[in-house]
Design a protein around this ligand. Structure first.
Ligand SMILES: Cc1cc2nc3c(=O)[nH]c(=O)nc-3n(C[C@H](O)[C@H](O)[C@H](O)COP(=O)(O)O)c2cc1C
Length: 235
C-alpha cells in the first residue's frame, strides 16, 4: 500500500513540476499580422505575452519602398555586435528567469528578422540559453532562412523546439491549422506539460491537466482535448 502511495506521489510531483512550466511569447508587429498570430497561438497554449515596441513611434517602415526598414537592417548587418547598431525600443521589465519556454514571433524584413525585435534579442537572447525556444515568422512571401539565422545568432545556445513555423501572408488566414500542426510537430504539450501521449489524430480524447483521462470535457477549468490545451468557462 505504501509503495502504491509513493508511486502516485512521485507521479503527481513529476506531472505538476512540468505543468507549472511557464511559457513567454515575445513578439513585435508593425501591421498586426504577428499580433493576430500571437492571438491565435495563445488561444491554444497557456502563455504570458510580451510585445516589443520601437521607441520611435513615428516611423513608417514601408515608406519609400521600405527604405527605413532597409537602412535599419544594413546598420545591424554592418556591425552586429555593437549595441549602437540596433534601433531603440521601449524599456522592458519582464524577467526572463521566470520562464523556461519561449516562443518568438517576428515579421520578416528584407529576408531578415525585423530590426525592432533584433534589438530586444540582442539584449536578452542570452537569457534564453539552455531553455526551450520556438520561432514563428510572418512574411509576405519570402522564405525565412535569414530570420532563422538571425534568431540563432541572437539567441545562442537555445534548445530550439523543432523547425521554425513560417506563415506567409497567403496562408495567414489558415494560421489556426498551421499553428495547431506546428504545436503538435514540436510536441509542445508533451515537452512543456509532460503529457505526450495525447494524439491529435484521435478524435475527442480528453485529459485533465493532471494527465487523467476524462470521459467528457469539464464545464470549467483547463483540460486537453486531442492534444490542444483548452479552458472551459461556465456560461
Ligand atoms: C520594412 C519591411 C520590409 C519587408 N520585407 C519583406 C521581404 O523582404 N519579403 C517579404 O516577403 N515580406 C517583407 N515584408 C512584409 C512583412 O514581412 C509581412 O507583411 C509581415 O506579415 C508583417 O508582419 P506584421 O504585420 O506583424 O508587421 C516587409 C515589411 C516591412 C515593413
Amino acid at each position: 500500500m505504501k509503495k502504491i502511495l509513493l508511486f502516485f506521489l512521485l507521479f503527481f510531483t513529476v506531472i505538476c513540476s512540468k505543468v507549472s512550466a511557464k511559457t513567454l511569447v515575445v513578439y513585435y508587429s508593425y501591421t498586426n499580422k504577428c499580433h493576430e498570430i500571437v492571438q491565435t497561438l495563445t488561444s491554444h497554449i497557456e502563455a504570458y505575452v510580451l510585445r516589443i515596441y520601437p521607441a520611435d513611434k513615428t516611423q513608417q517602415y514601408e515608406a519609400n519602398n521600405y527604405a527605413v526598414g532597409s537602412q535599419l537592417l544594413s546598420t545591424i548587418q554592418a556591425d552586429p555586435n555593437n549595441a549602437n547598431s540596433y534601433p531603440e525600443i521601449d524599456p522592458v521589465s519582464t524577467s526572463l528567469s521566470d520562464y523556461d519556454t519561449f516562443i518568438i514571433v517576428t515579421p520578416l524584413w528584407w529576408s531578415q528578422m525585423a530590426a525592432i525585435l533584433q534589438t530586444y534579442l540582442f539584449h536578452h537572447g542570452q537569457e534564453m540559453a539552455g531553455k526551450r525556444v520556438g520561432l514563428i515568422v510572418s512574411s509576405h512571401s519570402s522564405g525565412i532562412s535569414g530570420v532563422v539565422a538571425d534568431a540563432r545568432r541572437l539567441v545562442p545556445n537555445a534548445n530550439w523546439m523543432g523547425n521554425a513555423l513560417w506563415i506567409n501572408n497567403a496562408s495567414h488566414g489558415n494560421r489556426e491549422t498551421l499553428i495547431q500542426n506546428w504545436l503538435s510537430e514540436i510536441d509542445y504539450f508533451g515537452v512543456v506539460t509532460g503529457i505526450s501521449d495525447v494524439k491529435t489524430s484521435e478524435p475527442s480524447v480528453i485529459y485533465s491537466i493532471g494527465g487523467l483521462r476524462l470521459t467528457k470535457a469539464p464545464s470549467s477549468g483547463i483540460y486537453i482535448e486531442n492534444g490542444i490545451k483548452k479552458i472551459a468557462t461556465k456560461q
